[in-house]
Design a protein around this ligand. Structure first.
Ligand code: NAD
Ligand code: DAU
Length: 336
């Protein structure tokens, strides 16, 4: 049985990863360490609750004693670090927690991984570490790091630390840098779920600046299939970009969602731009495709329809978030 420490497994991508992995594989045991910040929601993990090969620990990745305890108790040899403060707008309002979790927290995990001699340490990074592109070109793994927000700079710092642990100690590290994810269970502060829910509630749709910033979209299942593959077959010390070649302007996404939900464009409201707003992201994923044989399995059109349908069918999930009730779920399941 392969024992994996998954951090941040109650968030959007981590919970999709755990649900996917534990329903597709029975040779894996997962320990999910999550602080349950505003973004952590245990309701996301209903499909795996009670499974013998799933354990949840509420805690902070910056807590050395707790992290050591988990490595020892569960004999951890594999780590996937999803835990992060992940929202750019929040990092602009206050950066401290971003450097604490994303940099110090990653350092705590690396130090424990060194002492306990892990066989695989996968850092879930982001394409935002490369900064912003003009109208032409793509990010490759060789593109220099040039982060622009407190969020992306904290992720870039973590990436450099991970690389340093590989170079200095020979630690078998891996880094993935993925583009913008969408899908079920995404916290409704991010563009796609925010817009879907606002449209359903006939609320205004705040489009930053001129709405022409470009993001490269990937379905969360395709990201997690790539994570699985990199954990299994990735070469230690390497970085792998992940992306599905689906660039869209923000305004195109908003109009597509309005159309799909049968509402008109009067809901669109152009608002003040995000400070330091990156103009365009676009991923060249040829390395993971050529070296590990990964390909995205989903067409954007199908997956975005499934995503809209999921938010339509799962109103209680996001209503619990909007009301704050989702925070009671931990006490209901685990006591105070
Ligand atoms: P999220 O904000 O939905 O979830 C983050 C999770 O981490 C939450 O469950 C939260 O409680 C937990 N967490 C935060 N601080 C913690 C701490 N100190 N200790 C333990 N747990 C803590 O984020 P997400 O969108 O699922 O992103 C997951 C990872 O993927 C992040 O590292 C992010 O940088 C990266 N990423 C995200 C995207 C995207 O489009 N969302 C794209 C590429 C990479
Ligand atoms: O590229 C990967 C990154 O994608 C991840 O590393 C981050 O964790 C994740 O949050 C995401 O960052 P973005 O800043 O690209 O995502 P966000 O959903 O916040 O915004 C997407 C685009 O939409 C961006 O250009 C800003 C714009 N936007 C966003 C919001 C929330 C709006 O115009 N209006 C909005 O209300």
């Amino acid at each position: 049985m392969k024992k994996i420490l998954v951090t941040g497994g109650a968030g959007f991508i981590g919970s999709n990863y755990i649900n996917y992995t534990l329903t597709h594989r029975d040779d894996v045991e997962i320990v999910n360490l999550d602080k349950l910040t505003y973004a952590g929601n245990l309701e996301n993990l209903k499909p795996v609750e009670g499974k013998k090969n799933y354990h949840f620990v509420k805690g902070d990745i910056t807590n050395k004693e707790l992290v050591d305890y988990i490595f020892r108790k569960f004999e951890i040899k594999h780590v996937i670090n999803f835990a992060a403060e992940s929202h750019v707008d929040r990092s602009i309002l206050g950066s401290e927690i971003f450097y604490s979790t994303n940099v110090i927290g990653t350092n705590v995990l690396l130090e424990a991984s060194r002492r306990f001699e892990v066989e695989r340490f996968l850092q879930i990074s982001t394409d935002e570490v490369y900064g912003s592109l003009g109208p032409e070109g793509f990010f490759t793994e060789k593109t220099p790091l040039d982060p622009s927000s407190p969020y992306s700079s904290s992720k870039a710092a973590a990436d450099m630390m991970v690389q340093a642990f590989h170079h200095t100690y020979g630690m078998p590290t891996l880094i993935t840098r993925c583009s913008n994810n969408y899908g079920q269970l995404q916290f409704p502060e991010k563009l796609i779920p925010l817009m879907i829910i606002n449209i359903m509630n006939d609320k205004k749709l705040p489009v930053y600046g001129d709405g022409l910033n470009v993001r490269d979209w990937i379905y969360v299942y395709d990201h997690n299939r790539a994570v699985d593959l990199v954990m299994e077959k990735g070469k230690p010390g390497e970085v792998y970009n992940i992306g599905a070649e689906r660039e869209m302007k923000n305004i195109e996404i908003v109009k597509l969602l309005l159309n799909s939900l049968g509402k008109t464009e009067d809901l669109i409201e152009y608002v003040k731009d995000r400070p330091g707003h990156d103009r365009r992201y676009a991923i060249d994923a040829s390395k993971i495709k050529n070296e590990l044989g990964w390909q995205p399995a989903y067409e954007f059109e199908t997956a975005i329809d499934e995503t809209v349908k999921w938010y339509l069918d799962n109103k209680p999930w996001w209503e619990n978030i909007l009301s704050g009730d989702y925070k009671n779920y931990y006490n209901l399941q685990y006591g105070n």
